[in-house]
Design a protein around this ligand. Structure first.
Ligand code: LLP
Length: 434
């Protein structure tokens, strides 16, 4: 169950604090992040990719982004991948070094691009021609030459064993490789006076277990680099292979080691470079989920319990799809335990539902637990990625607080949303004022 432990009293502990204690102190529901676990994940990436000098690791902040997280990432020596003005602004407010930030997105606005340039961003990953033209102009107006990567869609279907190269060309992202669009885009970027073409980027998917997929992506991209050398005489200085490394949500998930992942792709890039007599580019990876997912636990308080005899027992918690939309959105599976009965044997099979007014608001189907009672604390594990980040206010439910726990102490990194927060941006037209 993630990174937590059960103490002698049968209580679930996270970062050295009992879960029930955390709920008493910070309220329910509650996102809890084990700081040491996030740092350990960062360090595994740092060891694998950065320490050897092979490359750079930039945390894909879309997985979980707050100002405290930016500080943590900075202190672990990683860079940051942002995908919106909002993420970029958060990084800036946290004092994150802007030269270590990469800016992604398939439809960046002028306002966002200008903000990035004014901040002195490290690199912009250009997705399309519309963006390329505007960025060149905006950089020119500011008298700067901005480092760029081009996002390439290599056409790799990574969830099959026989990687169909044209299997995934139908994507909203990037310049398509197999159709020749990508090579043509490199010609275009080289002609842009205010863009410094560093290299290429691809991202083949998320929650990937097959390391061979990443190896294959490296090979395809190095082949493309070779093609570019022949066509334009240009050298790829940076190869960014995106994120996507899978994690274990439930027993059936079987992720690889980050160390093996690093070794495999570094070797693949080096071998391809050697084979083609090309310089080895700097390798960049963009892990999101695998940095934070296993470090997060969501604590809920059990409320109403409804049993339909012979059919199902529904156990409702005080959160649901508003704080974790992934089960409703993707059918994602999670594991959970009763934090206050963590050493008791399982006695019943229940379905965990949220409190939203809709039947789709289910968190876990058919979960085995000890005898459940109202007031128990349910801990859903591995919720550190794409939970807080994708949370919402459906039914005008406020977002839970986020707490970092470290050495037996919790610190709030995002305050709980209050009812006042929920009406903060509401306005009543003059005609309706009383
Ligand atoms: N780089 C790029 C360009 C990406 O699009 C993504 C994720 C990442 C890096 C990080 O991938 P990761 O290491 O986290 O797999 N909301 C979905 C996940 C969407 C991922 C989108 N892009 C979910 O909850 O599963």
């Amino acid at each position: 169950h993630g990174t937590s432990q059960v103490n002698e009293q049968g209580q679930l502990c996270i970062g050295g604090v009992e879960a029930t204690e955390l709920v008493k102190q910070f309220g329910s529901p509650l996102y809890v992040m084990d700081e040491a676990a996030i740092r350990a994940n960062c360090q595994a990436y740092y060891q694998g990719f950065v320490a050897s000098g092979a490359g750079e690791v930039i945390y894909a902040s879309k997985a979980f982004m707050t100002m405290a997280m930016c500080r943590l990432i900075e202190s672990e020596g990683l860079g940051l991948d942002v995908v919106s003005g909002g993420e970029l602004y958060t990084a800036k407010q946290a004092g994150f070094p802007m030269e270590r930030v990469y800016f992604h997105g398939n439809n960046k606005t002028d306002e966002e691009l200008a903000l990035a340039l004014d901040y002195g961003i490290g690199c912009i990953v250009v997705d399309n021609h519309f963006e390329m033209k505007r960025l060149d102009k905006l950089a020119g107006e500011r008298g700067v030459k901005v480092p760029v990567l081009l996002r390439i869609t290599p056409g790799i279907d990574c969830h099959t064993h026989d990687f169909v190269r044209t299997g995934q060309i139908d994507s909203k992202f990037g310049f398509t490789l197999p159709t020749g669009q990508a090579a043509e885009a490199v010609g275009a970027v080289l002609a842009c006076e205010n863009l410094d073409f560093l290299g290429v980027h691809c991202h083949i998917g998320s929650q990937i277990f097959e390391l061979a997929s990443f190896q294959y992506a490296a090979e395809v991209m190095m082949g493309f680099a070779d093609e570019l050398r022949a066509k334009f005489g240009c050298t790829i200085r940076v190869l960014n292979l995106g994120g996507g490394f899978g994690i274990r949500y439930t027993e059936k998930d079987d992720p690889a080691d980050v160390a093996d992942y690093a070794r495999l792709v570094i070797e693949a890039v080096q071998q391809e470079a050697q084979k083609r007599n090309m310089p080895v580019p700097k390798l960049v990876v963009e892990p999101g989920r695998s940095i934070v997912a296993t470090a997060g636990t969501t604590l809920y308080t059990v409320g109403s319990i409804k049993e339909i005899t012979g059919v199902r027992k529904y156990v409702a918690v005080d959160g649901g799809m508003t704080d974790n939309p992934r089960p409703a959105l993707y059918g994602s599976k999670y594991e959970a335990l009763l934090a206050n009965k963590a050493n008791q044997p399982n006695e019943e099979v229940v379905t965990i539902t949220g409190k939203c007014c809709e039947s789709g608001d289910m968190l876990i189907w058919d979960l085995s637990l000890p005898k459940v009672e109202s007031g128990d604390i349910l801990a859903v594990t591995c919720t550190g990625a794409y939970n807080y980040a994708m949370s919402m206010n459906y039914n005008r439910i406020g977002r839970p607080a986020v707490v970092f726990v470290r050495d037996g102490e919790g610190s709030v990194v995002v305050k709980r949303e209050t009812w006042e927060d929920l009406v903060r941006n509401d306005q009543i037209p003059a005609s309706m004022l009383r």
